[in-house]
Write a protein that binds this ligand. Structure first.
Ligand code: NI
Length: 253
């Protein structure tokens, strides 16, 4: 087993349909020690819990993704909440706002996000936040409730990273820091103290350079970590080990 902890992945995705077990067995026997599998709706939340039951190194997050905010029925939402009692369910996620795709109406997204943030405070459980082109509205809610958690695939400015860290939240960094045109993610990686960084993939998406175009798997965090090590002038092992420790600390693992 390795020392890479992937704080954000989707192994329930249909892109892993034919070889899910083969891939996961391979990862855990090689470079990866832990994975948090994030739910987006009831089906994927259930599957996250199933994967967590099956694999020692997998933990589950359950919740309603902004894309699904409009379509999740009340009964489904109740079922998702019930899953929070299951063992190895460590967070509500992924939740947030996506004003890039706008797959659900913005009012619906905001309502569903706020509902889940509120719940995380009541239950004292961390959240995994998706904020795409919706910084203003996302942070309005984060400022109001001051939850614990991580802003995944952080895409804001250094100023926003500063505020996030000050609130006590973590910054999730993935493949985007390796992209050729990456400016903000590189600045954010340089600014953010290593103690506040979580490593992630968003597998099967967001493969880092030089694996662009390939299906992303958690071992590819190696490239992201190497890039962060270079940016922060740290060694690779320090980056991976500290991020692993941070992930365990935040999610109580
Ligand atoms: Ni995701």
């Amino acid at each position: 087993m390795g020392n890479i902890f992937d704080s954000h992945a989707h192994y329930d995705d249909e892109k892993f349909e034919t070889d899910r077990r083969e891939i996961l067995d391979g990862l855990f026997s090689d470079k990866v020690c832990g994975i948090i599998n994030c739910g987006c709706d009831l089906k994927s939340s259930l599957m996250s819990v199933e994967l967590a039951n099956e694999y020692e190194g997998i933990y589950a997050a359950v919740g309603v993704h902004p894309h699904e905010a409009e379509d999740v029925a009340d009964e489904d939402f109740s079922e998702i909440i019930k899953l929070l009692d299951k063992k190895k369910v460590v967070a509500i996620g992924e939740i947030g706002l996506d004003f890039h795709y706008d797959f659900s109406p913005r009012e619906k997204q905001i309502e569903m996000f706020e509902r889940q943030v509120k719940l995380s405070k009541e239950l004292d459980i961390p959240i995994i936040v998706h904020d795409r082109e919706a910084h203003e509205e996302t942070y309005k809610i984060l400022r109001k409730y001051q939850p614990k958690g991580v802003v995944h695939c952080f895409s804001g400015s250094v100023e926003l990273a500063k505020e996030t860290v000050k609130m006590g939240m973590y910054i999730g960094l993935g493949g985007a820091v390796t992209f050729k045109n990456a400016v903000k993610p590189v600045e954010v990686a340089a600014f953010t103290p290593m103690e506040k960084i979580l490593l992630e993939t968003d597998a099967p998406y967001m493969s880092p350079v030089p694996m662009r175009g390939k299906r992303c798997t958690s071992d590819m965090i190696e490239y992201t970590a190497l890039k962060i090590a270079e940016i922060k002038n740290l060694d690779y092992e320090t980056v991976v080990n500290t991020a692993c420790q941070n992930t365990k600390e935040l999610f109580g693992i």
